[in-house]
Write a protein that binds this ligand. Structure first.
Ligand code: FEO
Length: 678
């Protein structure tokens, strides 16, 4: 019996879940199952986008027949030939022999490789930018080589702004009756599996993913329809940001992925001691036994974290087998720019440290922290000192101000301790104040039952005492400033380094006068003052009562007593410098730049040689002094060759590449490179 889901009035999901698959691609465990997505467009012409794995073919064909409801199938668009999406094409053609297949030349070749049935007479070839009208809908095609195979392409429906993305933006996990990502708490419950899917399936091809993201950034997108996992219609920016981080090999968090391989527990003992020392220093640790946890989970954690620690015993004069497999996997996925520390064990001839270092040195941008720590059979007292030194080196690399804070925490003077502890207002956790940096916060308040919030970069402790006081400064043009004056109270949520740029856009680049910033919030966390706070991407919250406000002209300084304070997480606070370096998206390469002024706060661009003195940024409300002058730029294109297989661009000024040239990504030779300019 059919089991379909409506995506839009004329677009039906006709895919299926598979919860019996033990290993996706024969290697990646999928304990939560997987979905194979196929979509049926019911326009004047009918269009099926991809098929499914043979394991779910029965339901799939029931779904297609139900969706068509007696109509013929006019088009099959094939985006990707991997059998989890293409295995049932031949069966489909037997059932719907009048169908025209829309695909590119590489897909046509693969059809002939995979199937005995000659489909060549049914094929309509398309290339980048070609279009197809199906009645109300107009489709155009976007080539996406190596996301995840060389033949991959995407379709864009110009009518409803739908991007069919093939494997991109997929996730492991069966849909379990849902179809849209906003029907679940994706970032809380699904992100880990989405990361494991991306890093293991597509992780090697970051430059190719970046090339497609660049193309997609020129499109207005209302819906994203991948071949696995959910359809996106809301909050896609959160997921897109993760893709930007993953495909540029940028860590999501400053933390440690610690993986160990231990035969009789002594190497594990050493790894546990190091983990404890790191956590004592406030460093987040994700820890894995490589004999128990499949490599795909550890690869995913290695992409997520900034620092990696590997601990392995020596085995047959090499690296213990499960660790060797893991490191080969990480090297195969081309992870870049990580800080690495190593621990080794070897009862008579320790070798694993050197061999691990040799393997990981192949990865661009790898930096090793400290010397490899060696034990022979088991850790000794001297090992503890070495582990202390390693924990310090890693922790200081992550948090250079570690010991500024540690002094205050570990050895407070009696008077200071008294100030922190005995005089504290009930409900005020004094350690919450350690989260303040010159950083970014969300201030929230409430009037007449309506919630408001905006981004600030000015919160800090003003005075110790009973109660403690904080100050914040809010731009007068921000609606939140008026609301705080009316409410007399506010909360401050301190943002962390993993906060996505979309959160800053949401609370910083629109006004509470125009929109209800909490309309779509899937949380309703409040302090005792009844005001909301932000429970995710934050590490502390303060409930405050205004005792004085000072008009500074452009801003109002609010001085407030702290009536409640609590720590929400151990994640590092996002400093203003970190925001600019890592959270705010980098400017795309400029091909042509008009003369104008760019807002240094939110990036808004004002076109023109002169800017009026009283100009106010329409997005973030900062004045002319927040803008920087941007001169006109003309950029000449670079000459070179583009790989027909994977899309890699090799800059080269000459008529022909050297005869022994090899593409560094897909390893194809000169014959597969064609002249191009970028
Ligand atoms: Fe889901 Fe690359 O196939």
């Amino acid at each position: 019996m059919h089991c379909t889901k409506q995506v839009l009035s004329d677009l039906l999901w006709v895919g299926a879940d598979d919860r019996r698959l033990t290993c996706f691609e024969g290697v990646y465990g999928v304990p939560n199952g997987v979905s194979y997505n196929s979509y049926l467009l019911l326009d004047e012409k009918t269009v099926l986008f991809d098929t499914v794995d043979k394991a779910v073919s029965h339901t799939f064909f029931d779904n297609v027949a139900h969706g068509l409801n007696g109509r013929k199938l006019d088009y099959l668009v094939i985006h990707h030939m991997e059998p989890d999406h293409a295995a049932t094409i031949e069966d489909l053609i037997y059932r719907y022999p009048d169908t025209t297949i829309i695909c590119n030349a590489k897909i046509k070749d693969m059809l002939a490789n995979y199937f005995d049935y000659d489909m060549s007479g049914m094929i309509h070839l398309v290339k980048e930018g070609d279009t197809l009208s199906t009645g109300k809908h107009n489709l155009t095609f976007v080539m996406a080589p190596m996301v995840h195979w060389p033949e991959v392409m995407m379709s864009y429906d110009l009518t409803d702004k739908i991007l069919f993305t093939a494997d991109a933006f997929g996730t492991f996990g069966a849909l379990n009756g849902h179809i849209f990502a906003d029907e679940v708490d994706f970032m809380r419950d699904w992100l880990d599996e989405a990361r494991r899917y991306y890093t293991n399936i597509v992780g090697k091809y970051g430059p190719q993913v970046q090339a497609v993201l660049k193309k997609a950034s020129a499109l207005e997108i209302n819906y994203v329809c991948p071949l696995h996992g959910f359809v996106w219609r809301k909050h896609f920016g959160d997921f897109l940001e993760k893709y930007n981080l993953w495909s540029t090999y940028t860590p999501e968090v400053k933390g440690v992925c610690l993986a160990y391989a231990s035969v009789y527990g002594h190497t594990e003992n050493m790894a546990n001691i190091l983990a404890a020392k790191l956590v004592d220093r406030g460093i987040p640790v994700e820890m894995f036994d490589t004999s128990v946890i499949p490599a795909s989970y550890i690869v995913s954690s290695a992409f997520r974290n900034s620092h990696l620690v590997f601990a392995a015993t020596t085995y047959n004069a090499g690296i213990f087998v499960t660790m060797e497999n893991l490191l080969n996997d990480i090297v195969a996925h081309s992870l870049k720019n990580r800080k690495v520390a190593l621990l080794e064990n070897g009862s008579w001839g320790p070798m694993s440290g050197k061999l691990m270092k040799d393997l990981l040195s192949k990865l661009p941008g790898t930096e090793f922290i400290g010397d490899t720590i060696t034990i022979k059979s088991s850790p000794k007292p001297a090992t503890l000192d070495q582990l202390d030194a390693m924990a310090d080196a890693i922790a200081l690399d992550i948090n250079p101000h570690l010991y500024d804070v540690k002094e205050t925490v570990a050895a407070p003077a009696a008077a200071a301790e008294a100030a922190f502890v005995t005089k504290a207002v009930a409900n005020v956790d004094p350690t919450a104040f350690f989260k303040f940096t010159y950083g970014l916060e969300i201030v929230t308040t409430k009037v007449d039952g309506k919630d408001y919030g905006c981004i600030i970069n000015s919160a800090g402790q003003a005075a110790d005492g009973d109660p403690k006081t904080v100050t914040i400064s809010v731009i007068n043009k921000n609606h939140t400033a008026d609301i705080i004056k009316a409410a007399g109270k506010f909360n401050v949520s301190v943002l962390t380094e993993d906060a996505p740029f979309s959160l800053f856009q949401h609370f910083g680049f629109q006004s509470g006068r125009d929109v209800d910033k909490f309309a779509d919030a899937d949380y309703d966390d409040r302090l005792e003052n009844g005001i909301r706070y932000i429970p995710r991407y934050t590490n502390a919250v303060f409930g405050c009562e205004v005792i004085q406000s000072v008009d500074l002209g452009k801003s109002t300084l609010f001085i407030a007593n702290v009536m409640e304070a609590k720590v929400l997480s151990n994640a590092p606070s996002a400093t203003y410098a970190y925001y600019h370096a890592h959270i705010k998206p980098k400017k795309a390469p400029v091909t042509e730049q008009k003369e104008g002024w760019r807002c240094t706060i939110c990036g808004y661009f004002y076109e023109g040689a002169e800017m009026p003195d009283d100009y106010v940024c329409p997005l973030c409300k900062h004045g002319k002094d927040a803008f920087e002058y941007v001169p006109a730029v003309k950029v000449e294109k670079k000459k070179g060759f583009i790989c027909k297989i994977c899309g890699y661009f090799e800059e080269f000024d000459g008529p022909e590449l050297p005869a022994d040239y090899q593409c560094p990504i897909c390893k194809h030779g000169r014959d597969d490179m064609e002249p191009a300019e970028q």
